[in-house]
Design a binder for this molecule. Structure first.
Ligand code: NAD
Length: 291
């Protein structure tokens, strides 16, 4: 069994990105600049945004964090987006999700200039991804593809079961893996909350991508011998033995599943760190696209 080490792979990627930044600077070109908008004070969102800003510093990007209060109106947020759209120094920006309930997420994501949409959530970029045109791939699926490629995991002709159909993970993952690309050419089944015979499906899968957000949902009896397991889930589970009162759990019951898996991503240290690295990669691309 091989661990698909997202921590190490993302560190390698960050070194590569830092080297590209150095080259850009040597050529007298612009330093990539990522901005992030955070609305409210959700603990997990603050942690994620903090990690993204820190990663920017590490690779030599400029970064800006726009920290808005929970009661920010939709209009005010849209103004902030417009100003980032018009700011020539900002190459790409993200709006940390989820947004407070009084803000229409779709309207907000639609307002981002697709050329600066380094999360790849704008319909223009989702459309381009679906048509296999060059674009910003959403960071989490992009990170999974990168991990599969770097570990030379065979995907061609394999049966992939993706559990979850969200716009940011499950759906794009299913599209990418069915495309003609290195970590692609797979036959894909998308399972979701209405799927009836999930265990029957997962037992047929050569590769399982678990992205449903239920701690330790996928257990050893649900996977076949030598399956490749990608665990996207991150759930905070109460744990009195930890100083912070919780531990992070994936969607996979690691102990039982890892006994059967040929490759498996751990949580933490698997898909999570890759997501941030791919956001940096998209920002570098946005900067280079500007010429
Ligand atoms: P979501 O809540 O938007 O979607 C969950 C999906 O799971 C839905 O499509 C639903 O139909 C499906 N589902 C729910 N219960 C199911 C069941 N019993 N059987 C089969 N399918 C079921 O979640 P999301 O945004 O896609 O995130 C999923 C998980 O991944 C969460 O734990 C989230 O925190 C994590 N996540 C991690 C990263 C990362 O960087 N590692 C990035 C994004 C999301």
């Amino acid at each position: 069994m091989t661990i698909l080490d997202g921590k190490k792979t993302s560190a390698d990627l960050k070194l590569e990105i830092a080297e590209s930044v150095k080259q850009l600077k040597l050529q007298g070109k612009k330093t990539p600049h990522l901005a992030a908008i955070l609305v409210g004070n959700d603990g997990a969102s603050m942690t994620y945004v903090g990690a993204k800003v820190k990663a920017c510093e590490l690779v030599g990007f400029n970064s800006t964090l726009i920290d808005l209060p929970e009661e920010t109106t939709e209009d005010r947020l849209l103004q902030e987006i417009e100003s980032l759209n018009n700011n020539d120094d900002v190459d790409g920006f993200i709006i940390q999700l989820p947004l407070p309930k009084h803000i229409d997420e779709q309207k907000v994501l639609m307002a981002v200039n697709p050329d600066k949409d380094v999360d790849g959530f704008h319909p223009t970029n989702v459309g381009k991804m679906t048509l296999d045109l060059p674009t910003f791939l959403p960071a989490t699926p992009f990170g999974i593809m990168e991990l599969l490629e770097r570990y030379n995991v065979e995907t061609s002709g394999k049966h992939v079961v993706v559990i979850g159909r969200s716009h940011i993970v499950g759906r794009p993952m299913s599209i990418l893996m069915s495309q003609k690309r290195k970590a692609g050419n797979a036959t894909v089944t998308v399972a979701h909350s209405r799927t009836k015979n999930l265990k029957e499906l997962t037992l047929q899968a050569d590769i399982i991508v678990a992205a449903l957000g239920i701690a330790e949902f996928l257990t050893g009896d649900m996977v076949k011998q030598d399956a490749v397991i990608i665990d996207v889930g991150i759930t905070r589970v109460e744990d009195a033995s930890k100083k912070r009162g919780y531990r992070l759990a994936g969607d996979v019951h690691f102990e039982s599943v890892s006994k059967k898996a040929s490759f498996i991503t751990p949580v933490p240290g698997g898909v999570g760190p890759m997501t941030i690295a791919m956001l940096l990669k998209n920002t570098l691309l946005a900067c280079k696209n500007k010429g």
